[in-house]
Design a protein around this ligand. Structure first.
Ligand code: FE
Ligand code: CA
Length: 539
């Protein structure tokens, strides 16, 4: 049975827990698989009408001795059930030390259940630290493509280098995934995806503005488990995205569009005048569907399996003693955006000490992890911009209430914690806003005379927004008013990071045209942080 204490306070306080809510939670829970009684699946002979590995293979969340391998059977990916009967199917997996799969070092069988959309999240244990491996799946007589993955160095190892990329925001209609074609050539150890993996919107009514079309409901946002599954399958149908997943392990976290734009916990985004926000009970039922689909399609460990509308996604990973990563969730536990959201002055509700993006539990976990860290670099991989930047080029200048300025007290206290506890070399990685930024972070960025505490690299979108622009007319004014902003541009792409014990280098890789296949890619800017000296400088 589910535990009432897991239901967010915001819902319990809305006049008590309704019977309707109780029933909807029950339905969401019933959708999760009974993990027992699957033994007959292993014996059944399955034959597929088409390749069941159309969604590709992926791996994720490696540690020094284990990794999770992912696939999802779907001979007909456009169908909500993937073209499969509601029966469990045995999927065998193999791990080798060579790309021809001759030197097998681990193998096993996972049961792909209809309740979880025939997804597979196979945890492989007992691997050697700091090694590359290759893997594949077999179901019936079908064999998957071979994927490549790796383990992290041992916790006490002192690696001399890590290369990874981070990316976010891949609206399918608005651009091609050209950036991933370059990323696949970069010889990376890891990828961090910071959210907006899908967008919940219907088809754009304007054919001129899109390079390809969303499928699914035409009259509104996707809302049901079948809708979400259809949307993920559409996105994962992209060959460049699939190829990058097969190339190296990913750490993923969501932002808002995996569920609903600018949602805050159980609270829907601001609605236009005359339209009321969704009832939190209904909204959480929808969230359960969104989170379940996210789990089904991502290379996450089984411990991330959602319980009803809740899914614990914040977690950490150590690349030996070189870097420790804290992957955060700033959507599920946050308080509502203050001052009615949007760009507003830093006054009124924005100053409420109770405003939070992390929630107390995640913040306590983060603080404890930062204190315990043995990493030379301490990296927060998260969603919304942390720098307190006044958007002074706006018609009504202000700060983004959806981003960290909307939780000013928490933002200042986190930066002060980094400073007071002398957390070594904090670096913040950010997505969400479809633009590139390099920001010095101070306890309060409005006081440029105070010391720099951390560096924030904000990566632009893979495709959201379509072709951007290299030059931004408001840049001079922006930087004059915000001396912590070291770089800003509005092209598409991702950020490639090269990390050594002495130096962190971030390359801003841009895809110059995402409207045509094979668009050119360039490194627009590179910034360096020297270990022990917070603040970014042009490389
Ligand atoms: Fe986005
Ligand atoms: Ca977002």
């Amino acid at each position: 049975m589910f535990d009432l204490s897991r239901i967010p306070e915001t819902v319990r306080s809305e006049g008590g827990l309704s019977r309707r809510l109780f029933l909807s939670y029950g339905a969401a829970l019933a959708a999760l698989p009974a993990l027992a009684a699957q033994s007959s699946a292993a014996d059944r002979k399955v034959a597929f009408a088409a390749d069941p590995f159309s969604l590709g293979v992926a791996s994720g969340d490696p540690d020094a001795t284990s990794v999770v391998l992912w696939t999802k059977l779907a001979p007909k990916p456009a169908d909500p059930d993937g073209g499969l009967k509601p029966e469990s199917i045995a999927v065998r997996w193999e791990v080798a030390t060579d790309d021809t799969m001759k030197m097998i070092v681990a193998k096993g069988t996972s049961i792909a259940t209809p309740q979880l959309g025939h997804s597979v999240h196979a945890e492989v244990r007992g691997l050697k630290p700091d090694r590359w491996y290759w893997y594949r799946f077999t179901a019936g007589d079908a064999v998957s493509p071979v994927g490549r993955t790796r383990t992290l160095p041992a916790p006490d190892a002192e690696p001399d280098r890590l290369r990874f990329a981070f990316a976010s925001c891949q609206h399918y209609e608005q651009g091609l995934y050209t950036a991933y074609a370059q990323m696949a050539k970069d010889e990376l150890d890891l990828v961090f995806h910071l959210g907006d993996y899908i967008y919940e919107y219907p088809n754009s009514p304007d054919n001129k503005k899109v390079v390809r079309k969303h499928t699914g409901p035409k009259d509104g946002k996707i809302k049901t488990l079948a809708d979400y599954r259809g949307r993920y399958s559409l996105y994962r149908g992209d060959e460049l995205l699939r190829a990058m997943h097969a190339r190296c392990p990913w750490f993923v976290t969501w932002d808002d569009h995996e569920f609903d734009n600018n949602y805050a916990g159980a609270i829907q985004e601001e609605q236009p005048k005359g339209k009321v926000k969704a009832d939190p009970a209904e909204f959480l039922t929808q969230r359960a569907a969104a989170y379940q689909a996210y789990y089904e399609y991502m290379p996450l460990r089984p411990r991330s399996l959602p319980t009803g509308p809740d899914m614990t996604l914040y977690r950490k990973a150590a690349f030996g003693r070189l870097a420790e990563f804290f992957v955060l969730d700033t959507r599920q536990y946050r308080t509502d955006q203050p001052n009615g959201d949007g760009v507003k002055p830093l006054v009124g509700e924005a100053l409420r000490p109770s405003n939070s993006l992390l929630g107390k539990r995640q913040r306590d976990w983060l603080d404890a992890g930062l204190i315990a860290s043995t990493g030379t670099w301490n990296v927060l991989a998260q969603q919304v911009m942390m720098a307190l930047v006044e958007l002074n080029y706006h018609p009504k200048p202000g700060y983004s209430m959806d981003q960290w300025p909307g939780a000013l007290a928490e933002r200042v206290s986190l930066a002060r914690f980094l400073a007071d506890r002398k957390v070594p070399n904090p670096v913040v990685l950010t997505g969400d806003i479809h633009t590139n930024w390099v920001n010095d972070i101070r306890v309060d960025d409005r006081m440029p005379e105070t010391p720099v505490v951390a560096t924030e690299f904000v990566g632009t979108s893979i495709s959201s927004g379509g072709n951007g622009s290299k030059e931004f007319a408001g840049l001079e004014k922006l930087q004059a008013g915000n001396p912590g902003v070291k770089f800003h541009n509005r092209e598409r792409g991702y950020v490639r990071c090269d990390v050594t014990p002495e130096r962190w280098t971030s390359d801003y890789v841009v895809a110059e045209d995402v409207t045509k296949p094979g668009g050119t890619v360039a490194t627009r800017a590179s910034f360096v942080v020297e270990a022990g000296r917070p603040g970014a400088k042009p490389a």
